[in-house]
Write a new protein. Structure first.
Length: 558
């Protein structure tokens, strides 16, 4: 049995972020289930053999002779009661061997790989729903909590369920949304808005040191998430880390679009980035700046740099950092599990009719890609145990999503369908064909080895398709926590290898493992190990772009 904080941390390791491209309809789930049934039907001998093995192991469990144990990393079963109680030990072991038998049947079946992958998805839903921790008779914490609260936990759990059915589309809430205030608990680094247009704000952060590094950094966030993933609580804030070490930090904060902005597309966002670059150059008084782009924001920065190169203005950029940014869409990923021509056409039509798609809607769908961590964990906590959802900053940010305009959504589908970043001059920006390989700036590339939404092998090809000198860093966490890895974080590690062969697995095989956060590695790369050498600006903004609203600005609340 886990504490609320442990549950939240476990869930955060598996956050997918909002998916930009596809939804999953009930028809897709039904089709996947049919494929699963067909795989079983055409392999009767495999099924029979595994069922006999399952029956034998169940017999040993009933007699108390089984030694089956859950994986050490599965925190659901960490409590000693799962070993000490004969009843709960048998319940757990029966579920473990049944789950293993089902997946063994699927692995041994002779079937089309795509059918097997969809069948695996269905099987994951079935087996995780059946986990003992999801049910009153299988979860030892249920009875313990029932007795301690004199039945109040059941009443609270039913209230939580009723609330979610009414207000959260039937999904269990992942976070206590009343526990944080943006601008006070999160996104609290001091600064001010120095520019605002229809699409975005540019926020400049107040220096924390008397001297600073002259060349500033501009962060470009994903279009479907709020920018403050780089400015969470102070102990997890990349912004605070950077300004504490003399880095001049700026960030874009995207406006949350509505139906009036349905035609915003990649050109719209690239145009906003180009305008923001000019603002940062003018405010800082520097001729060139460094860019950081995350996820879809990373693809946007690649497109922006390609456009600057095509228009002979690349000297405005000194370097680019890409965080969990997929450039090769041909790599296997959850994104493509239900990606057929029909589903992509349906997704286009659906969003075009509405003008925008809500990030929360996509996040609900993709929570089912990691059901144990993003659905059933909260079912047990909120309904069985009668607890409030946990108060955890990662989960708050993940649930504070934005809408995506139909124009950009369509461009994202085009990227997934055509894989243009892997094609010479395959990307068109503002009427020009761009060549990422001609962008001769230094690149720092970060991916996560446990990332399920942007597999690191889809990020690694950036070392081949982009010009300039590269440094690729592979963190040991998932999609979000690969980015938010402050120094001192427990179990933080990353892989490095200065040679970049075409095969990512060859790169990993020869990579060295380093303990700690990649943030100091990035700082060393950005500054060359030098100390801040320029007096910090006495005020934010400039005469042309004066400081306005205090950070976190206005758009973050829209």
């Amino acid at each position: 049995m886990q504490s609320a904080l442990e549950q939240a941390e476990d869930a955060a390791q598996n956050l997918l972020g909002a998916n930009l491209v596809l939804g999953v309809s009930p028809r897709d789930f039904l089709d996947a289930f049919r494929r699963f049934a067909r795989v079983l039907a055409v392999n009767p001998r495999v099924v029979m053999r595994k069922e006999l093995q399952l029956a034998g192991e169940l017999g040993r469990i009933l007699l108390g002779r089984s030694h089956i144990k859950p994986p050490p990393r599965d925190l659901r079963f960490r409590h000693r009661i799962w070993e000490r109680s004969p009843y709960y030990r048998r319940v757990l072991q029966a579920w473990l061997v049944w789950r293993k038998a089902m997946f063994d049947i699927l692995a041994s079946a002779d079937a089309d790989p795509r059918d097997k992958e969809r069948a695996r998805f269905v099987l994951m839903q079935i087996t995780e729903a059946a986990a003992p921790t999801n049910h009153p008779l299988g979860n030892p914490g249920f009875l313990d909590r029932l007795v301690k609260t004199r039945g109040r936990s059941v009443i609270k759990g039913l209230r939580n369920l009723a609330h979610d059915l009414r207000h959260n589309h039937g999904m269990p809430r992942q976070v206590d949304r009343d526990a944080f205030r943006v601008g006070k608990d999160l996104a609290a680094s001091p600064g001010a808005v120095v520019f605002r247009n229809e699409v975005c704000e540019v926020i400049q952060y107040r220096p924390a040191t008397g001297r600073v590094h002259a060349r500033p950094v501009l962060f470009v966030p994903p279009q479907i998430n709020k920018y403050y993933i780089v400015d969470l609580a102070p102990d997890k804030s990349f912004v605070k880390y950077a300004v504490d070490h003399g880095v001049q930090m700026f960030t874009i904060s995207w406006r949350n679009p509505d139906r009036r902005h349905a035609d915003w597309n990649i050109d719209t966002y690239v145009g906003a980035v180009l305008e923001a670059i000019e603002v940062v150059r003018e405010v800082s008084g520097q001729s060139s700046i460094d860019l950081i782009g995350a996820c879809a924001g990373g693809l946007t920065t690649i497109a922006a740099l390609g456009y600057l190169q095509a228009t002979k203005r690349l000297d405005r950029i000194n370097s680019q950092t890409l965080l969990v940014t997929a450039v090769d869409m041909s790599q296997p990923m959850l994104l493509g599990l239900f990606a057929t021509d029909a589903t992509m056409r349906a997704a286009r039509r659906y969003v075009q009719r509405r003008g925008v798609i809500d990030g929360a809607e996509m996040a609900r769908v993709f929570a089912w890609m990691r059901p144990a961590d993003l659905v059933w964990l909260f079912v047990a906590n909120n309904y069985l145990m009668g607890n409030d959802p946990p108060a955890f900053d990662f989960l708050y940010w993940n649930n504070d999503s934005t809408r995506l305009p139909a124009g950009f959504h369509g461009d994202a589908i085009d990227v997934f369908e055509r894989n243009p970043f892997m094609t010479p001059r395959g990307v068109k920006v503002k009427g020009r064909r761009i060549d990422p390989g001609a962008v001769d700036v230094d690149e720092f590339i970060v991916a996560g080895i446990k990332d399920h939404i942007v597999p690191w092998r889809a990020c690694y090809p950036a070392t081949r398709i982009l010009g300039g000198r590269k440094r690729f860093v592979l963190g040991s966490s998932g999609h979000i926590q690969a980015v938010v890895t402050p120094p001192g974080k427990r179990h933080a590690r990353y892989y490095v290898n200065e040679d970049y062969p075409p095969d990512p697995d060859e790169w990993l095989h020869n990579a060295g493992l380093r303990e700690g956060s990649w943030w100091p590695e990035w700082l060393e790369w950005k500054t060359g190990g030098s100390e801040p050498d320029t007096p910090a600006p006495e005020r934010l903004g400039s005469d042309r772009h004066p400081a306005g609203d205090l950070a976190p600005g206005y758009y973050v609340f829209t």
